[in-house]
Design a protein around this ligand. Sequence first.
Ligand SMILES: [Fe+2]
Length: 253
Amino acid sequence: MFSTDRTNEWFKSFTDNYKVSGILSPMLDLKLKHSKRVSEICSETACSMEWDEEGDRWMAYSAGLLHDVGRFPQYKTYGTFLDSKSVDHGDLGAEIIAKEFNWKGIPDNFRENIISAVKFHNKKKVPTNLKLGAYKWSCLVRDADKIDIYRMVQERIDNGTIFEMLPRHQAAEGLSSDLVEEVRRTGSVSYCNARSLQDYRLIQLTWGSDLNFPVSVAALREEKIIERIREDLRPYGINDLVDKIVNQIYSMA
Ligand SMILES: [Fe+2]
């Protein structure tokens, strides 16, 4: 009843529909690869927390793989991944899988948990009135999604391809004072306000305070990813703020 092969088959045929002359556009190909990595990270994280009841392995794998299905129609229709300029890709993905995924043999509560995890993976906060299962799986996908983006950004900074991913951010350097003020005031800030790579790095750092599981923090700590952000922001005169956020993140693990 819980077959990851069947999840893979559905995901492949869903994403194949977005190929033109047999290939995905480079931006969608990035999302495809991201989805596969998030699926792996969800599986590893769930496993390390010993979530090993019947169906848990399938849930972790499938919720991760399906979390961004909304990206495909979003990009095809609007040509952007900015939800604010198009559609909420979590809501869209949840609608799609509710209608189209192959749910044969999957118990209702599992179906509801995956749909919730897809719907809430990109929201500012997970609603606290969700059922425990839906909350728990949403939290898992949110952590895995962030971990993959942290790794990807770090890798791209290291190999010099970061501005292929963030072309808009090449025009400015340094931190925007409005953005710093907002982070000081509220602890977070919307990604669309980032003008430079440093703005983006500061926003990324604030995501760390939103991680749900100590094992997620421990992974990033071990990979020195949080440290790298701290170092990259050193020259910009907000060490007190950066150190405060880093301490907040580390206090979880
Ligand atoms: Fe997403």
